[in-house]
Write a protein of this length. Structure first.
Length: 372
């Protein structure tokens, strides 16, 4: 017997957040999130995104045992300002049982119908700062902090439920060259001299913090044309700073500015925290912080988290400065290979950046869509 209940209490929310820990307990590829961060993200009193969004969370039980979960999300900026009558779904997890998944989606979709929406799409979060996409290729590789990992039966469940492909993302692994290519160094110097550009580097988080707002503003500009992008509002910046700064090593952040210190481009890279998060198993205390610190200091794998360039400076060679700095940092810190963040399959411009570096396609994600 399958029953579905809406999350209404603190206990229910803890059950919702902790369900994947039991679902994936035998998997050595799943990377656990931090439990307290998940609880805060889904708490309307703690996450400022709820100023423009609402959600309903559901838990499915088979024979009185938790068997699945789903979040039904409405981003009102997306619906009202961008004109997309879309219900988002996220945090979807289920045992390999079509009936369980079907009941979860039925409850989620009923919420969308109540609100007059036209279709459901996901997996996604409240905004573009949350994880998105369902893994459809690369199940044999360990997950990451910034992406989902799911079992191989998930895409089959979606197809059985009548969902269709919306869009795919691709992730590449790139070997770090033994040295920065001379043509990259030469071009980087020419571009810096021609436009009077400056490379900003930081020795501490304190030095980096004053640039936070400018980085998020540039993210809005550089990613604004992408599918389903919703602007990051100023009141969200503080929340995201608290969420992500604990993972950032300032040495892995580089900013490009003009002579007046206007931000034109940035790169945010980090060592891989996958194994450290597996060891932490959802908790920073008592040893989680140590595992993360150790992963920052000694690691041979990196992640290209974010690269942003002002639209007016695209195709002017700023990527040469970024590649030079990123490669120098990797060589200095012992990074042997790096994984890109998922890139939209339609974002040919970004994928072309790695073409000369021997990229290997290692994972693919998909978002699905269905009419309500």
């Amino acid at each position: 017997m399958i029953t579905v209940k809406e999350v209404r209490s603190k206990k229910d929310l803890e059950t919702f957040v902790k369900f994947p820990f039991s679902l994936y307990k035998t998997s050595d590829k799943w990377v656990p999130p931090l439990i307290q961060e998940e609880l805060s993200t889904l708490d309307a009193a703690k996450n400022p995104i709820y100023r423009e969004a609402e959600s309903r969370l559901f838990l499915a039980y088979r024979d009185q045992k938790v068997a699945g979960r789903i979040a039904a999300i409405i981003n009102h900026t997306e619906v009202d300002q961008l004109g997309k009558k879309k219900l988002r779904f996220g945090w979807f997890e289920s045992i390999n049982d079509k009936e369980v998944a079907e009941e979860l989606f039925r409850h989620a979709m009923n919420f969308g119908k109540e609100k007059g929406l036209s279709y459901i799409e996901g997996p996604s979060g409240f905004s573009n700062m949350d994880k998105a996409g369902m893994l459809i290729e690369g199940f044999d590789r360990i997950g990451s902090m910034s992406t989902h990992y799911n079992f191989s039966y998930y895409p089959e469940l979606m197809e059985k439920l009548g969902f269709e492909k919306e869009v795919d993302w691709k992730e590449y692994q790139i070997p770090v060259p033994e040295e920065v290519p001379e043509k990259v160094r030469t071009f980087s110097k020419l571009i810096q001299k021609k436009f009077g550009l400056k490379l900003q580097k930081f020795k501490s988080t304190k030095e980096l913090l004053p640039w936070s707002e400018a980085i998020f503003e540039l993210m809005n500009l550089s990613y604004g044309q992408l599918e389903s992008f919703t602007p990051i509002k100023p009141y969200m910046v503080e929340h995201y700073k608290k969420k992500f700064l604990k993972f950032l090593d300032p040495d892995f952040v580089a900013l490009i500015t003009d002579q007046n210190d206007n931000l034109l481009g940035f790169s945010v890279v980090m060592p891989s925290f996958s194994k450290a998060l597996q060891k932490a198993n959802g908790k920073l205390f008592p040893f989680g912080f140590y595992h993360l610190w150790k992963a920052q200091k000694k690691n041979d794998k990196g992640t290209l988290l974010l690269i942003g360039i002002h639209p007016e400076w695209m195709r002017k060679g700023l990527t040469a400065l970024i590649f030079e700095e990123v490669t120098d940092t990797f060589l200095r810190r012992g990074i042997k290979y790096v994984e890109t963040n998922p890139e939209l399959e339609t974002n040919i411009q970004v994928q072309a950046l790695w073409k000369e570096y021997g990229p290997e396609l290692i994972k693919k994600w998909r978002t699905y869509k269905k009419e309500l």
